[in-house]
Design a protein. Structure first.
Length: 281
């Protein structure tokens, strides 16, 4: 491509078009912008090549040496490159087997009840006090409902009905909303968190339900990155034996653990599992 900056414009155009169709594309958007920055720095002459894409795939921030990680990064580029060919006919589309297949989904770590109890206890000890109760409540909600982390941190005050015990999850992975009932014991924890949180921050109906408690982030909504960092800190303290195929247990594995428990319960109750699974999507 003669003008590398055009790639950034094309990325923005592609993301706009896809989001109009209801796709959120958070991870893809982040990756495509990173790729555009990479190309902009190199300013290659000619069309985008598979070799260039492969080099970018190996340059992830974590400096991963795992070809499966490279394959997943390369796979993210493929739909965009196919789309880009209508404007830049020489654009190459990477084969999905350059580094080997991106692979089947890796088995998650399924948390035991003891591990979840220990996680909540460790979160409770975080300082200052509001930080501890925030993460204890957040991790407890993830374990009790199977929400995605992005869905939980995206909740606002108006999404959490503390009278009926109903959560309204907005803009889910599939660009729709759904309602999620919570168990009375979980509802008690949410109410307790609000009682402790409310005197410390400025409130509106759209105030994020889960907020930061320190520095400039005080009263601001949590990000998934913050949650991942805190979870990693607690994971290091607790030193769980890893029973999944990932390098270590992940906060998203709380969702998998919830789903496994629910499926077992549905099976015992004779409920149609395929139909019931729709409520979790």
């Amino acid at each position: 491509m003669s003008q590398p900056l055009n790639l950034k414009k094309r990325v923005r155009q592609y993301l706009r078009e896809r989001r109009r169709l209801g796709f959120q594309l958070r991870s893809m958007g982040y990756a495509l912008r990173g790729f555009a920055d990479y190309v902009d720095k190199l300013q290659p002459s000619g069309a985008l090549t598979v070799e260039l894409m492969a080099e970018w795939a190996k340059c992830d921030r974590a400096a991963s040496k795992d070809p499966r990680t490279w394959a997943r990064r390369l796979k993210i580029l493929r739909p965009f490159m196919r789309w880009l060919q209508q404007f830049e006919s020489g654009t190459e589309v990477p084969d999905d087997a350059i580094f080997g297949r991106a692979g089947e989904r890796l088995a998650p770590h399924i948390f035991s009840e003891r591990e979840i109890v220990d996680l909540l206890a460790a979160a409770r000890r975080l300082e200052p006090d509001l930080r501890g109760v925030t993460y204890e409540t957040l991790f407890g909600l993830l374990a009790a409902t199977g929400l995605r982390v992005s869905e939980a941190v995206g909740l606002s005050n108006s999404d959490v009905d503390l009278k009926t015990g109903m959560l309204t999850v907005q803009r889910t992975k599939f660009a729709k909303s759904r309602q999620v009932p919570v168990h009375p014991s979980t509802l008690d924890r949410l109410r307790r968190y609000r009682r402790l949180r409310d005197p410390l921050i400025e409130l509106t109906e759209e105030t994020p339900f889960f907020v930061g408690s320190r520095g400039r982030r005080r009263g601001q909504g949590l990000s998934t990155r913050q949650v991942d960092r805190v979870f990693a800190e607690l994971r290091a303290q607790l030193a769980w034996p890893n029973r999944g195929a990932h390098s270590s247990p992940r906060v998203h594995d709380l969702r998998h653990s919830f789903v496994v428990r629910r499926m077992l319960a549905w099976h015992e109750e004779g409920i149609d599992i395929d139909q019931a699974m729709l409520s979790l999507s």
